[in-house]
Design a protein around this ligand. Sequence first.
Ligand SMILES: [Zn+2]
Length: 292
Amino acid sequence: MTNQIPAKLIIGDDEKTIALAELTLQKEFCKTKETHTDDAQQKSCFCLECRRIKSRQSPYIIWLSPEKDYKVDDVEIIFEKVSLALDEGQKFYFVLERAHTLTGTVANRLLKVLEEPPRGYNFLLLAQNQHMILPTIISRCFIVHLSTPELSKSVHPVLSFFVSASRLNNATEFEQELKRQELTDSQSQELAHQLLNIFMQTVVDAYKNCGDKEWILKQVQDDNTIFQNNNTAHQDNNTAHQNNNTAHQVSKAIAYDMQVIEYLRKALTHPPQSGSSEMFWKNLFLNWPRTN
Ligand SMILES: [Zn+2]
């Protein structure tokens, strides 16, 4: 038995995420999938199932694409559907476009079904920017990153390096970008504050939307204690252990964001001035908290 995570979060621009979602579904439901030797072939398949996927008429898929932010009514169909058990071996997919607009009550309502949907049910969440997704949702998904330029659409090119774990490793590109931008002191100050706001908003949203507020808070504190005391007592039974894992992932994300916030606040006590902008950003990048 495989331990696959039933919810996948695909990050990238709309066109690419939709294309990958379609391909994933084709690979699952295509009538002649065995005969396709590569993705290009699979994509161009014209069997009944593949055609129904492309025209959004597959009976095995519910594809949600709200014009505006998700409302509770938009996701009700998911709960109606999963209340029906699937046959052995049968698969069903929910695709949720614009998953970054899953917030508040809607997000809360979905957390459990995302984490442990009934047998055979799967989720594909599509979003442009991981940073806009609630940590409580991220922690329940397997994440697929398509190329990252979409970050620059919503975030300044210099800031985009700080909100993506993979870009944080790319010091050379960062310095090149910095040179290209030639930021003034006041631009730099403004951007640094923007960056701070991005991380504060993530934490605020996470707390606001998390049903297990106190639990998570406690986990964050426990995490700190664990780090300090190197105390690795984990003797719980299986259920408690599973719950712990989720809380642990969520709390780790929040703990990291809080570490960043503290770091940024400290850095901003010495804002760039009299032309020290480039040095400010280089130092910020160099000493930026990294997760491992
Ligand atoms: Zn096909």
